[in-house]
Design a protein around this ligand. Structure first.
Ligand code: PMP
Length: 291
């Protein structure tokens, strides 16, 4: 399938308060977001024409910007309304939404003064599935990343900040070069954390085990899965996990807006089955997003 480059598509993007033609949604090269990474974003799914967990995502967008010291000049309600409108204009039934907020090009200096404005755009496009159902059920092959999640005093790790994705991009490129589909990242202490774009769970003797999100993103899907597991009567343990504890797990999976629940077949030499706990939660999640 030929993919049309993103800047050459047709349609509209919501940009600073109005819907503009897709190709006109541009930024100047002297842009604080581009030079100094003052940029935060979200990833939201549209299922059957409806944005899933829209309020939670827009709340996180505003909170992420606040952690970088800038203010999104729209309320959650205004962002929700703008998102719903652009989804309608773009006629998206099953797709993806990318809201993004960044400091503009009013001033080129590390210290952003009041002269720097916050800009916001919301783009959406059809995107039925990140992984095909068949690929999903085979399970993804992961490798441990050489890059680590930083100490929360080194970076604003609770923010979905574009700058933090430098670590993810390097890790994912390295994993791909070695023939793996994803990278599982450890933190600065050597504990298991998350992948480059999803949270990570283990199933150990019928219980769910996942890392405490104290230096990485506490995913909206992660929290949803924890709730669904509890509803099924599954015990959920949030704790510090060492890499060699992967040997104790029968199943493993990733969770995220894009990944939904994706089973993991292996992390380097640790192997897992696509088992009953993962499959059950996949069904529950599928039902919930389409409800
Ligand atoms: N961690 C990272 C680094 C991510 O990019 C994502 C995707 N947003 C997640 C976890 C999962 O978060 P969510 O479930 O909110 O999409």
């Amino acid at each position: 399938m030929q993919i049309i480059p993103f800047d050459q598509r047709d349609g509209y993007i919501w940009y600073n308060g109005k819907q503009v033609p897709w190709k006109d949604a541009k930024v100047h090269v002297l842009n604080h977001g581009l030079h100094y990474a003052s940029c935060v974003f979200e990833g939201i799914r549209v299922y059957n024409g409806k944005a899933f967990k829209l309020t939670e995502h827009n709340e996180r967008l505003i909170a992420s910007a606040k952690l970088l010291g800038f203010t999104v000049p729209y309320s959650v309600n205004e962002l929700n309304k703008a998102t719903n409108e652009i989804v309608k204009t773009q006629k998206i039934e099953n797709g993806y939404i990318r809201p993004v907020a960044w400091r503009g090009s009013e001033q080129m200096a590390i210290l952003p003064t009041v002269a720097t404005k916050t800009h916001v755009a919301i783009a959406t496009w059809a995107w039925p599935a990140y992984y095909t159902e068949e690929a999903k059920m085979k399970g993804a092959k992961l490798t441990f990343a050489k890059w680590k999640r930083p100490h929360p005093e080194t970076a604003p790790t609770k923010s979905k900040a574009a700058g933090l994705y430098m670590i993810g991009t390097l890790s994912k490129m390295d994993a791909h070069d070695k023939g793996f589909g994803e990278a599982l990242m450890l933190d600065y202490r050597g504990y298991v954390t998350e992948t480059t774009s999803s949270n990570f769970f283990l199933v150990i003797n019928g219980e769910l085990h996942t890392a405490i999100p104290d230096c990485f993103l506490d995913g909206i899907t992660r929290r949803t899965i924890i709730d669904l597991a509890k509803k099924r009567g599954i015990n959920v343990v949030e704790r510090r996990i060492l890499p060699n504890e992967l040997k104790d797990a029968q199943e493993a999976f990733m969770t995220g807006t894009a990944a939904e629940i994706t089973p993991v077949a292996s992390v380097d030499n640790y192997t897992f089955q696509v088992g009953p706990v993962t499959k059950g939660l996949m069904q529950d999640y599928d039902k919930l997003v389409k409800a």
